[in-house]
Design a protein. Structure first.
Length: 335
């Protein structure tokens, strides 16, 4: 945890060390926070819609937790992500499993399915963005994304290749071993196989969603709201208020790469990518770009911290007053 936090702080220090900090602070304090509030509202709504979408996956497994319980578990997980990257994925599944009949392993599988689906959306968004701004992004992506990434991979290839082969060999061994084990027997291997079967059911839950159209609609709404969290913040600062819709999608696509980096909340990596994008691609003065990155990122962190704490409190109250096995809805109650 400390290592990840120090990494983020180190990146932030590298970003701002040669900049006019007083100017950055001045722009930050003089920002139009009405637009920041709109960005925050869009962010809150996106989290609620994500809970609705996750509910569709869980329902396909035959479990029907209340939407509020799913939302609280999700936000508690996001709060945990600020401590240790990706810890939140396990936390939200464990939390929801404690307040419903949905098994933990299946919930983890639904999260994997959700993440894979969102990664596809992100890749499509990046592809479309590159197509629309090919002349601008071609050199930028090569200089700041692809070339450094390839250089890093080449430097660690002596570790990546053996690790990949070892993982493949282990997977084939486990596949052969557990194929011969009946999940209905007693013993450790049978228990592990039952957990793996449950996990796989969660992974393929996407294929069994009853209302796939609604799932796609929720996904479009989620990413549209993500766009507005970026776009509204443009108007908080005079320097970035000149940017347009296509520019907003560009910042969203590239900034998302910083969020998925293995640092708590994308601290440092998000700022670096967004600042570089605004400065190198759109000619925004570096101090103004830095102010924007801090505002856009801080507004979403405020949501996660506040809603995460509130969700934790609400779940604590529920467990004191309600039997966890009464947290399921019937299909009629859902509607």
């Amino acid at each position: 945890m400390l290592l990840f936090a120090l990494l983020g702080v180190a990146v932030l220090w590298l970003i701002t060390r040669n900049q006019d900090v007083e100017r950055i602070w001045k722009e930050f304090t003089e920002a139009n926070f009405l637009w920041v509030l709109l960005s925050i509202l869009a962010g809150i709504l996106s989290h609620w819609v994500r809970a609705l979408r996750w509910k569709l996956l869980i329902n396909s497994l035959g479990h029907h937790p209340k939407t509020s319980t799913i939302f609280y578990a999700q936000m508690t997980g996001y709060l945990a992500n600020l401590v240790v990257p990706r810890l939140g994925e396990i936390t939200r599944c464990g939390t929801l499993a404690s307040y419903s009949r949905a098994p933990f392993n299946a919930l983890v599988g639904t999260v994997v399915a959700e993440r894979v689906f969102d990664m596809i959306w992100l890749l499509v968004l990046i592809f479309i963005t590159v197509i629309f701004q090919l002349s601008l992004l071609n050199d930028f992506l090569s200089t700041y994304i692809f070339n450094p990434l390839l250089a890093t991979l080449e430097g660690y290839m002596w570790v990546i290749l053996p690790a990949g082969l070892l993982a493949l060999a282990l997977m084939l061994y486990l596949l052969k071993t557990f194929r011969e084990v009946s999940p209905h027997r007693q013993g450790l291997r049978a228990k592990v196989k039952r957990h793996l079967i449950g996990f796989w059911k969660g992974v393929v839950s996407l294929l069994h969603v009853k209302n796939r159209t609604l799932f796609l609609v929720y996904s479009v709404v989620i990413w549209t709201l993500y766009f507005f969290t970026v776009y509204f913040c443009f108007f908080a600062l005079e320097a970035t208020s000149v940017l347009g819709v296509v520019d907003g999608f560009t910042v969203l696509a590239l900034g998302s790469l910083g969020v998925v980096a293995p640092v708590p909340g994308g601290v440092g990596t998000y700022h670096f990518i967004v600042i570089t994008t605004l400065n190198e691609l759109f000619g925004i003065v570096r101090e103004s770009a830095t102010s924007y990155a801090y505002i856009a990122h801080a507004s979403q962190m405020v949501i996660i911290v506040l809603l995460g704490v509130i969700s934790w409190i609400m779940l604590s109250l529920k467990i004191k007053n309600i039997n966890p096995h009464d947290q399921e809805e019937t299909e009629a109650e859902e509607l």
